[in-house]
Write a protein that binds this ligand. Sequence first.
Ligand SMILES: Cc1ncc(COP(=O)(O)O)c(C=O)c1O
Length: 409
Amino acid sequence: MTYGQINPPSRLLMGPGPSTADPRVLRAMAAAMIGQYDPAMTTYMTETSELYREVFRTTNEQTFLIDGTSRAGIESALVSLLEPGDRVLVPVFGRFGHLLVEIAERCGADVHTIEAEWGQVFAPEQIEAAIIDVRPKLLAIVQGDTATTMCQPLADLGEICRRHDVLFYCDTTASLGGNEFEQDAWGLDVTTTGLQKCLGGPSGSAPITISDRAAAVINGRKHIEAGLRPSEAESDDDPEVGARIASNYFDLAMVMDYWGPKRLNHHTEATSMLYAARECARLLVGEGMPAAVERHRLHGAAMLAGVQGLGMSVFGDLAHKMNNVVGVYIPEGIDGDGARAAMLDDFGIEIGTSFGPLQGKVWRIGTMGYNARKDAVLLTLAALEQVLRAGGAQVTAGGGVGAAQEVYA
Ligand SMILES: Cc1ncc(COP(=O)(O)O)c(C=O)c1O
């Protein structure tokens, strides 16, 4: 059997992610392969760490990439921090909080949760009260839960965690680059993210940053692979202590040695994804992190005004909505999946469905990364008006584009 070349249809990805990758990132991925210890490659690795320190707003030495999609970053953090029986607190306000619970349970941790209704976030006092109650080793939380569009305020949680001697992990896959985030100023220990939302890249690499105190906890479990260990006599490594990390691939103690000055062999770095991740960060840092957040705020505000201008109702607590995605109730009488199919077939525009309690009720529309742009917002609103009208919904003629234009004016 013969197949044609890969030739995907032209799409504007305006769902909750992945978003359309920036062409500059795709061009970087087409660069030639080089060996993993080629000085050019190790220089790119060092540059990538430096760039992600700026993206995460940290001075953490341990800042690098996990090869894999965003959940590879999450798994590496949790499996390296949590030993069987360790208590962890997960405040859950959407699907991705449940993902943290699921991964922590697989690590054998003693997982405790508090839950907020979908569309809401937690007050810091609620989280502190649960910390006092549970006395966890780790607080694990999502910043922006894509499932609900909500953005959990984090600024007060680091101080609370330090006061109670708790490590603080955050998943910023959906939010980093499009919403304010301060690794050091907010006192986080470990943060992971992905490229495919506000960073404007493809999925497949998970940037991570690790504080010195978290790195010390992880290195307390360091067990170097047989065959890589120098002989006892010449070893300058710490003796192997602590419970061995239950995953080889996601063993952050070994990955830190791979990215650190020892360059101790671990996996073969995913070269094209490193090129992509480096370019995503280079573009963001060039723009300036505050400017990137402001760009997402502006285009997110225009999209919000636009869907409201079409007469649609918006899901959740708007005071805590992420800049880069909005949930809209599917209007009465409209077939949600049929309308999304019409957006795709007639206009080449993808918008998102929802999961769990919001399935069939809410669409999610993103304005993120390369698509946090005026033309992408206006085209999406113009197409949505046509599709809703064709489905028989009452929409204000020109109301979406007009309301968005007012935000831009
Ligand atoms: C908040 C959040 N965490 C984790 C993930 C999982 O990411 P991935 O599919 O890249 O593994 C996603 C994906 O949408 C997400 O939005």
